[in-house]
Design a protein around this ligand. Structure first.
Ligand code: SAM
Length: 228
């Protein structure tokens, strides 16, 4: 059975899409998408030999070798023009790593119309990247699995405008304000307040003063956003 987290990613894959799942590990996501009849063709990319071997083994075990091509490659180098990939999924990594994969493989993005990204942390840098590179957020979700909170961002080509708080929190997530969302940001505020308390005691160097101001700013920004 697929994790709730990857099921959420899968729910945003359009019927009939040609998917490249980058950092696929066991290739659970592409296998699931094909078994469910959502798609008929996928690429599973892995840069590390161990997870690549797991993906190859899994795809063979599920008799999907004719539908899923597993490639040992760094990021979007796993995608070839003749694959006609239109949807890319990247899940289970930090936001900065996801952004660097997208940036380093720009050529492979030409045929792509949808990105489904699941950062474990720092979703903010993905929103910043999207704003800059002409991608618009189509939807966002947040979920809790085994005590960990995950965000899923769905991007399509287009322009958008986001306020500072929407870049940090997610425009759609902020509009929905689910319980998980509120829990996540309350915890963040607590963490920031803890850091703030500990640096209040430090010698006030320019760095400390700047950090303090930044934390004050973040705390009031998020508190206001949660209240509204
Ligand atoms: N996507 C799966 C999931 O969400 O359950 C696996 C997540 S796993 C934590 C991250 C995987 O990404 C690892 O198997 C790692 O080898 C792979 N990875 C990291 N950087 C990569 C890159 N530049 N290109 C391809 N795969 C990468």
């Amino acid at each position: 059975k697929l994790s709730k987290r990857l099921e959420m990613v899968a729910s945003f894959v359009p019927t009939g899409a040609v998917v490249a799942d980058i950092g696929s590990d066991h290739a659970y996501l592409p296998c699931y998408l094909i078994h469910k009849g959502i798609i008929n063709k996928a690429i599973a990319g892995e840069v590390v030999k161990g997870p690549y071997d797991s993906a190859v083994r899994q795809v063979r075990a599920e008799n999907l070798s004719d539908k899923i091509t597993v490639r040992l490659a760094d990021g979007l180098a796993a995608v070839q023009e003749s694959d006609h990939v239109d949807t890319i999924t990247i899940a289970g990594m930090g936001g900065p790593l996801i952004v660097s994969i997208l940036e380093n493989g720009k050529g492979a993005l030409k045929s792509v119309t949808r990105l489904i990204l699941q950062p474990n942390i720092h979703a903010k840098v993905i929103r910043e990247w999207a704003l800059e590179k002409g991608w618009a957020i189509l939807d966002e979700e947040i979920l809790d699995e085994d005590g960990k909170i995950y965000e899923v961002l769905v991007l399509q080509r287009g322009n958008m405008t986001l306020t500072e708080e929407e870049v940090l929190l997610g425009k759609f997530l902020l509009a929905k304000k689910s319980d998980v969302f509120i829990e996540k940001w309350k915890k963040e505020i607590e963490n920031w307040e803890r850091v703030l308390n500990s640096i209040e005691k430090a010698e006030p160097s320019p760095e400390i003063i700047a950090k303090r101001e930044e934390l004050h700013h973040l705390i009031s920004l998020v508190k206001e956003a949660l209240k509204a």
